[in-house]
Ligand binder design. Structure first.
Ligand code: ADP
Ligand code: ZN
Ligand code: MG
Length: 530
């Protein structure tokens, strides 16, 4: 199979995402008063409504509707003042009603969009923007893209966000790995049946696996900011299906798509789509055809396998739910929800730039993880009048060291670690004042986490204080230059690399405590005069 970058030279990928989020922060289910609780004893949170008993009538959960309207407002959707619920009929024991309550052609939220900032390496998958200058808009099928200094902004349409409910959970006993094949019997737990879900559908306007990943990341940040879901991809409260098709570059008609399931991490989403693009290209280049089917991404085998051939809407006999009246929303109520919108990720990035002078790139790194974001904000508070001056080094510490620490200690809450905002500021100040080198700062950071001590105490204990006294450094430099006339001659002959030798000698003399920046400066100056 060809590599993605090879394939993308001849083919344009067309990608649309369908993203389900469980509204985990609500108290009760979508159409009844049963409690939402993960991990409760089986079938302890059920009632006639969510068990589908005859005559039981559903009542929509107003808090869930507020959540979906918040999601719509935060993703630039129009909020429909009148929408309806529909029945999607299917027979399977995980849904006792034999239908899922969902929405029809008009959902609560329609016609939204998100702007994706794609830069650095992520932008390189997009090869149709060559020749564009910053500020230029793409042409043809790249019309939704604006070129920036180091990448581009993609304006991605959101078709809709609709409300629906989850099914119960089945456990198959006696078969291999809990599968139904070979099982002797199956158990069903209806606690999850009726859990409020929202499904967001994008327009087929994404063009690379990186754009798909960034869309998902941005949506997750937004949902976390508005507090409607815990958005755990591992536990499945945020799930994504990726639809993808190919067309020859220059072609405007869409090709046949396949739908990928099981993209339960950002990496899986990217890699699954990348694989599927390469697979489709191979089939098409060999003269084969793509079938509209659902495929499963297997990250360990690194391939996708067919799950089923696509069912159509007709198979579900979608029809209006007779037990629920059309749902009306007033302007007043919608405005009251809008007033609850917190600061959204894009606004945060803008504020970090305006208030602290951070680049948009750094600011976006900071908001990837809410823990890192609030840590940064706390540090800026502690920094007080030095906030703008220390913002960049604090951002570096947060994006690099702190993020790496959280990665290595997965599941650790940052506020349970020895790193307080006060300690972080102390560390960053030591670095900013040239009291320690950046290499030493890494060592101090590790020691803070390890020994639960203040940075200053560690620096003291380990005798790390960096010498930044120009007089002392000049004396050492003079001595080293005098002792190595041959090397000085080589430098004079144009071999500037020997400066590394001199820095090494000075450092050795100063037992590693000389400020390397200053040593370099003084050396360059003195060697040129020597
Ligand atoms: P279906 O009826 O098969 O569910 P939809 O029209 O509802 O298809 O679209 C589902 C998702 O697939 C949307 O995110 C949409 O943007 C995307 N999509 C539609 N057509 C294509 C295509 N040809 N290639 C890639 N994605 C597509
Ligand atoms: Zn119930
Ligand atoms: Mg669909």
């Amino acid at each position: 199979m060809k590599k993605l970058e090879e394939v993308l030279k001849d083919w344009e990928a067309v990608i649309g995402l369908e993203i389900h989020a469980e509204l985990t922060t609500l108290e009760t289910k979508m159409f009844c008063g049963c409690k939402l609780e993960f991990g409760a004893d089986p079938n302890t949170h059920t009632c006639p409504v969510c068990l589908g008993l005859p005559g039981a009538l559903p009542v929509p959960n107003k808090a869930a509707i507020e959540s979906i309207v918040l999601a719509g407002l935060a993703t630039n959707c129009d909020i429909e003042k009148r929408s309806m619920f529909y029945r999607k009929n299917y027979m399977y024991p995980d849904m006792a009603k034999n239908f899922q309550t969902t929405q029809g052609p008009v959902a609560f939220c329609m016609r939204g969009h998100l702007d994706l900032h794609v830069d650095g390496k992520a932008a390189s998958e997009r090869i149709d923007l060559e020749g564009l200058e910053p500020g230029d808009q793409g042409t043809g099928t790249a019309g939704n893209v604006t070129k920036t200094e180091d990448g581009y902004i993609a304006h991605v349409g959101i078709t809709r966000i609709h409300m629906e409910e989850d099914a119960g959970k089945m456990v198959h006993v006696g078969g291999g790995e809990g599968r139904i094949a070979g099982a002797t019997h199956s158990l069903v737990d209806y606690n999850r049946a009726g859990t409020p879900l929202i499904e967001l559908v994008t327009e087929p306007e994404l063009r690379t696996p990186e754009e798909a990943r960034l869309f998902m990341q941005k949506l997750r940040q937004i949902y976390l900011a508005i507090g409607i879901s815990d958005c755990s991809m591992e536990e499945g409260s945020l799930r994504c299906d990726g639809n993808v098709s190919l067309r020859r570059r220059g072609e405007t008609k869409f090709g046949t798509k396949t739908e990928l399931k099981n993209m339960n991490s950002f990496k899986n989403l990217h890699d699954g789509l990348a694989y599927e693009i390469c697979r489709q290209a191979e089939v098409l280049e060999e003269g084969g055809i793509i079938y509209q089917e659902t495929r499963h991404w297997d990250p360990s085998a690194k391939r996708t396998i067919v799950m089923r051939v696509k069912e159509t809407a007709d198979d579900y006999r979608l029809f209006p739910e007779p037990d629920l009246a059309p749902y009306d929303l007033t302007d007043e109520w919608i405005e009251s929800v809008r007033a609850k919108l917190p600061e959204l990720p894009d606004q945060k990035v803008e504020r970090f730039g305006r208030t602290f002078g951070l680049s948009a790139y750094d600011a976006r790194q900071l908001i990837n993880d809410p823990q890192i974001t609030s840590f940064f904000e706390e540090c800026m508070e502690v920094a007080g009048k030095d906030a703008a001056k220390l913002a960049k080094p604090v951002a570096n510490l947060a994006i690099n060291d702190v993020a790496a620490y959280l990665n290595a200690n997965f599941g650790t809450a940052l506020d349970q670690t020895p790193l307080t905002a006060a300690r972080a500021i102390e560390l960053v100040k030591l670095l900013a004042d040239d009291a320690i080198s950046s290499k030493q700062a890494k060592e101090v950071f590790a020691a803070v986490m390890d020994q639960d001590k203040d940075p200053a105490a560690i620096v003291e204990e380990r005798g790390m204080k960096q010498v930044s006294d120009t007089g002392a450094i000049e004396a050492v430099v003079d001595e080293i230059i005098a002792a190595n006339p041959d090397e000085v001659a080589r430098y004079k002959d144009g071999n500037t690399k020997v400066i590394g030798f001199f820095v090494g000698q000075c450092m050795k003399k100063m037992r590693g405590q000389g400020n390397p920046k200053l040593i370099n400066q003084v050396l360059a100056q003195k060697l040129d005069q020597a």
